[in-house]
Write a protein that binds this ligand. Structure first.
Ligand code: C2E
Ligand code: MG
Ligand code: MG
Ligand code: MG
Length: 283
C-alpha cells in the first residue's frame, strides 16, 4: 500500500530541493507515514439549530496526533498535503471515516443528522472525485442529502470550469454543497449565480466581535441577507458568545457552529454530550 502511494503521490524528490527547507521536508516525510500509522483522527464540531437548540449535524475536522509533537492543527499540515498530493488519499480517508461515523449515528436512531466534510480544490482536479463520493455514499448507505461538502471560495476559483462541472455532478447525487469561509476569498459575487451551491458559511473572522465591531456586524448582516435573497442556507461559524448568538438570530440566521456550543470533539464525546440522552443510545 505504501509503495503504491509513494509511486502515485510522493513527488518531492522530483522537485527542486534546494529551495525547500528541511522542516518542510521532514513534515512531508512524517505526514506521508501518518495515514498508514493511524495518526490521523477526525474531530467533530456540533452544528446546532438555535431555534430548537437541537444538534442537526457535525463538521468533520482533521487532526494529526504526531507521536512526539502532539496534536498538529490542519492549518499547519493541510497546505503541505495539498502541495504534495497527499491530500488525495487523506481526503478520501476523511470522507470514508466521516461517512462511517454518520452511518453509526443513523443506525442508532439519529437519522436526521448530517455530516459536513471539507474538500480541497485539489481533490476536484481528480478525475474520479464524483465516483469516489458515489461509492462511499453507497458503501455506508448514506442518504446523500445528509452529506454536506464544504469548499472555500479560493478553492472554488482555482479551476472554475472543471469545478462547476463536478459540483453539478455531485448535486445530481443529492449531496449538498456549502461555500466555506464566505467573504474571505478573492472572487466576485457573480460566481454565486454560476455555482450550484446550497449554503454559505459566514467566516468566523466576521462573527468575531460582532457585538462591538460595526463593520463586522454590517458584513455579517449583508451575507445573511444575500443568502436569504438567493434562497441559500446560511451557517454561522465561530460563534463564541451569547451576544453573537442573539445578533445572528435577530437577523434570522439559526444554524450555528462555535465554541459557545462546543469545540470540535471526538465522536465518543459528541455522543455522550448530545446523543446518549435520547432513547436510542449509541454504544
Ligand atoms: P474550517 O472548515 O473553516 O473549519 C472551522 C475552523 O474554525 C475549525 O478549525 C474550528 O475548530 C474553528 N472554530 C470553530 N468554532 C470556533 C470558535 O468559536 N472560535 C474559534 N476561535 N475557532 C472556531 P480547525 O479544526 O483548526 O480547522 C481549520 C481548517 O482546516 C478548516 O477550516 C478547514 O479549512 C481545514 N480542514 C480541517 N479538516 C480538513 C479536511 O479534512 N480536509 C480539508 N481539505 N481541510 C480541512
Ligand atoms: Mg469547513
Ligand atoms: Mg469555515
Ligand atoms: Mg474558517
Amino acid at each position: 500500500r505504501s509503495k503504491e502511494r509513494s509511486g502515485t503521490y510522493y513527488h518531492f524528490f522530483e522537485s527542486d530541493m534546494s529551495n525547500r527547507n528541511l522542516e518542510s521536508i521532514k513534515l512531508e516525510n512524517a505526514l506521508y507515514k501518518a495515514l498508514d500509522n493511524d495518526e490521523l483522527v477526525i474531530y467533530y464540531q456540533p452544528q446546532i439549530d438555535s431555534k430548537t437548540n437541537q444538534l442537526i449535524g457535525a463538521e468533520a475536522l482533521l487532526r494529526w496526533m504526531h507521536p512526539t509533537e502532539g496534536m498538529i492543527s490542519p492549518v499547519d499540515f493541510i497546505p503541505v498535503a495539498e502541495e504534495t498530493g497527499l491530500i488525495i488519499p487523506i481526503g478520501k480517508w476523511v470522507l470514508k471515516n466521516a461517512c462511517r461515523q454518520l452511518k453509526e449515528w443513523h443506525a442508532a436512531g439519529h437519522t436526521s443528522l448530517s455530516i459536513s466534510v471539507n474538500l480541497s480544490g485539489r481533490q476536484f482536479e481528480e478525475d474520479n472525485l464524483v465516483s469516489m463520493v458515489r461509492d462511499i455514499i453507497k458503501e455506508y448507505e448514506i442518504t446523500p442529502e445528509n452529506l454536506h461538502i464544504e469548499l472555500t471560495e479560493n478553492q472554488l476559483i482555482r479551476n472554475t470550469e472543471v469545478t462547476i462541472k463536478k459540483m453539478k455532478q455531485l448535486k445530481k447525487l443529492g449531496v449538498k454543497i456549502a461555500i466555506d469561509d464566505f467573504g474571505t476569498g478573492y472572487s466576485s459575487l457573480g460566481y454565486l449565480k454560476n455555482f450550484p451551491i446550497d449554503a454559505l458559511k459566514i467566516d468566523r473572522s466576521f462573527v468575531q466581535d460582532i457585538e462591538h465591531d460595526s463593520d463586522n456586524a454590517a458584513i455579517t448582516d449583508t451575507i445573511i441577507t444575500l443568502a436569504q435573497n438567493l434562497k441559500l442556507n446560511v451557517i454561522a461559524e465561530g460563534v463564541e458568545t451569547q451576544e453573537q448568538l442573539d445578533f445572528l438570530m435577530s437577523k434570522d440566521c439559526y444554524i450555528m457552529q462555535g465554541f459557545f456550543f462546543s469545540r470540535p470533539i471526538e465522536a465518543k464525546d459528541l455522543a455522550n454530550k448530545y446523543l446518549y440522552s435520547n432513547s436510542n443510545t449509541l454504544h
